[in-house]
Write a protein that binds this ligand. Structure first.
Ligand code: G6P
Ligand code: ZN
Length: 568
């Protein structure tokens, strides 16, 4: 039944700090719950869209990772979209969509854009984090120019429009029709996984993966797989794709019930926060393990006995074997790319395959233009993100499927063998990242200023440091900037890089995804062609380099931190 509904204008005042970071606005739930806080930001998004596109009668996709406050935020967005005369919202059932699923649905429905409710891998619950980000019509995160526009609007807002009496039934699949002051407004509640599963079936050969898991010819024995959804959004996707479609046993889906607080844990697929999966893999019963983050765009890949595949290696291995994935076989592979702090394993694969290669700042949004220009097919980041141009977000489940597809084509090879064979051919890039979470803002700022002074000092290049019997001589030091080759937009101050004569490198950045304080990231990597040294532990190999980084940055003096909170 159509209902008559009225638009109301509500006076409001700006909130400080509604500046979207690496991936949207991330703050505590408490912040988003403040009267008008969420409304102000949603208004800024809608007003920014309306300033460049026709918002009236448009279609938007809305969904989130199911964290605490998602349902409330969906209702707010629906009421405000109706007031802005949006034509239709496509919303996931119960307000749930993985980030990759939203990206796909925007593209599939040629929607104007999408609003994603997630703080990704940050903890959830009433005392944890929430987030809102806008994706544009290509399905990817809004570029800097657009998020700056949103930020500007949040600073001058005086009122917003809403339809207070509009209420969506988030459970019921199908169309809900409303009339708002004579204008039609529709909401379609859609199943969260169906469209995404269809997409995966177009990209991969599910039969081959099914045979791998079941141990059917050409495979000699079952290949035991296990997936950890960390109580995030991917649970239903994992059950549908890996268990129902690909025949993995039901107990191979761990923590597959999405919870608003992720069970009180940190839904981040790395060795620290996904330690339960690491323990399961170390029991030696499984051949392959993968974990995904809260909103399903990140992944961690593990082999038997807990063999850890670094994200930088994962990207390079998939690239080198991309001809085994039907999607790439059909469409061909254009270029490859990685974010600046990501280790350079992919660089060598690109060179060998004669493909164009790009190094972009941290943030998936920087890959979108290159994909739209048909210059990029496959890319990744050290922050556990891997993906391709099938959508415009990184994609956790896609990455696990890519690995299984590659393994399915090579009977009796383990994850570890695949990776070590890759190192034998291309050499190994050792990589580590030290995170110092939630440092004092002023301390982090001072440390970065001190490093900036170092970049500008005339005697920096050529300086030598000794640690662990090794000499590190600085060959270059700069603050990374990137000019987008498609639209020439410039991103500056994207991380301080110090390069050494032996090819090793350290990078310092302040995270753009934290919700409180400053998280300092220290990245270190080096290249090793020697087959014997390749077998060594990354932390051992990189320790002297990290010591030099700590000496150079005076990180411990500035922050008072003796050790990082997380090492990946
Ligand atoms: C999100 C973005 C990634 C980025 C990561 C780390 O996951 O989508 O593109 O690499 O955050 O960002 P940060 O600024 O915290 O290092
Ligand atoms: Zn994420």
């Amino acid at each position: 039944m159509a209902e008559a509904l009225k638009i109301v204008t509500v006076p409001t005042k700006p909130f400080e700090g509604q500046k979207p970071g690496t991936s949207g606005l991330r703050k505590t739930v408490k912040e988003f719950q403040k009267p008008n806080y969420t409304e102000n930001f949603v208004h800024a998004i809608l007003a920014a869209v309306a300033s460049v596109d026709k918002l009236e009668k448009s279609v938007l996709v809305v969904g989130g990772d199911g964290r605490f406050f998602c349902p409330e935020a969906v209702q707010i967005i629906a009421r405000m979209s109706a007031a802005h005369k949006v034509g239709k919202l496509l919303i996931g059932q119960r307000g749930i969509f993985s980030t990759p699923a939203v990206s796909h649905l925007i593209r599939k429905n040629t929607a104007l854009g999408g609003i994603i409710l997630t703080a990704s891998h940050n903890p959830g619950g009433p005392d944890a984090d929430f987030g809102i980000k806008y994706n544009i019509s290509n399905g990817g995160p809004a570029p800097d120019g657009f998020t700056n526009k949103i930020f500007e609007l949040t600073k001058s807002i005086t009122e917003y429009r809403t339809v207070p009496n509009l209420k969506i039934d988030l459970e019921k699949l199908g169309l809900q029709k409303f009339v708002v002051e004579g204008n039609a407004f529709e909401v379609e509640i859609i199943d969260s996984v169906t469209d995404y599963v269809l997409l995966m079936k177009q990209i991969f050969d599910f039969d081959a993966i099914k045979k791998l898991i079941a141990g059917q010819a050409p495979h000699k024995k079952p290949f035991n797989v296990v997936f950890d959804a960390l109580h995030g959004v991917t649970g239903p996707y994992v059950k549908k794709i890996f268990c129902e479609e690909l025949g993995a046993s039901n107990d191979s889906a761990l923590n597959a019930t999405p919870l608003p607080d992720f069970g009180g844990e940190h839904p981040d697929p790395n060795l620290t926060y996904a330690h339960k999966l690491v323990s399961v893999m170390k029991e030696g019963k499984h051949d392959f393990g993968a974990a995904f983050d809260g909103d399903g765009d990140r992944n961690m890949i593990l082999g038997k006995n807990g063999f850890f595949v670094t994200p930088s290696d994962s990207l390079a291995v998939i690239a080198a074997q991309s001809n085994l994935i039907p999607y790439f076989k059909q469409n061909g592979v254009k270029g490859f790319a990685r974010s600046m702090p990501t280790a350079g394993a992919i660089d060598r694969v690109a060179k060998e395959m004669g493909k164009e290669f790009f190094e972009v700042p941290t943030g998936w949004k920087y890959f979108g233009n290159l994909m739209d220009a048909n210059r990029l097919s496959l890319c990744g980041e050290e922050s556990f993100g891997t993906g391709s141009d099938h959508i415009r977000e990184k994609d956790g489940v896609w990455t696990a499927l890519a690995w299984l597809q590659i393994l399915a084509a090579q009977p009796d090879i383990s994850v570890e063998q695949l990776v070590t064979k890759h190192w034998e051919k291309y050499g190994r890039n050792f990589f580590t990242r030290y995170d110092y979470e939630n440092c004092e803002d002023a301390a982090a700022k001072k440390m970065m200023e001190q490093l900036t002074n170092l970049l500008n000092a005339p005697d920096t290049v050529g300086k030598e440091f000794l640690d662990g019997g090794r000499t590190f001589k600085i060959s270059k030091a700069d603050n990374f900037s990137y000019k987008d080759p498609v639209d020439n937009s410039l991103a500056e101050n994207q991380g301080i890089r110090i390069l050494f004569v032996d090819g090793s490198r350290i990078v310092f950045r302040i995270s753009g995804t934290g919700s409180t304080g400053s998280t300092i990231r220290l990245y270190g990597d080096c290249y090793e062609p020697d087959l014997v040294k390749q077998k060594m532990d990354a932390q051992v190999i990189l320790k002297p380099l990290i010591n030099v980084a700590l000496q150079l940055s005076k990180l411990q003096e500035f922050t008072g931190r003796k050790a990082p909170t997380v090492i990946t």
